[in-house]
Ligand binder design. Structure first.
Ligand code: SF4
Length: 103
């Protein structure tokens, strides 16, 4: 049934992609003629409106949040590296917050 409702659904380990080309973040910078399929390697699960994160994906997101938090505790981090890790953590927090809201 899901397949008939969402024929372009792609299942993934970080999220599921509902694939609507006009909303895709991963292909945004490609020429229009090349935007025919999801670019899984450039997926933006936290930003794309095609991204569906389910409870089944929670362990990997929570593990990444934990890893980033631990790495940010290192006082020896270079400023640029710290900024990149902080940006990534800020990016995933809406997802981890939503995933843990009902726990
Ligand atoms: S960014 Fe990810 S969720 Fe969005 S269309 Fe591309 S592959 Fe799908």
């Amino acid at each position: 049934m899901l397949r008939s409702e969402l024929p372009d659904l792609h299942f993934g380990t970080l999220n599921h992609c509902l694939w609507q080309a006009e909303q895709a973040e991963c292909t945004r910078h490609l020429p229009e003629a090349e935007r025919g399929a999801p670019l899984i390697g450039a997926c933006q699960p936290a930003r794309c409106r095609n991204s569906a994160v389910t409870a089944a994906h929670a362990p990997i997101w929570l593990a990444e949040q934990h890893d980033l938090t631990e790495r940010l505790r290192d006082r020896r981090l270079l400023a640029a590296r710290r900024a990149a890790l902080r940006a990534r953590l800020d990016d995933i927090k809406p997802i981890t917050t939503a995933l843990t809201q009902d726990l």
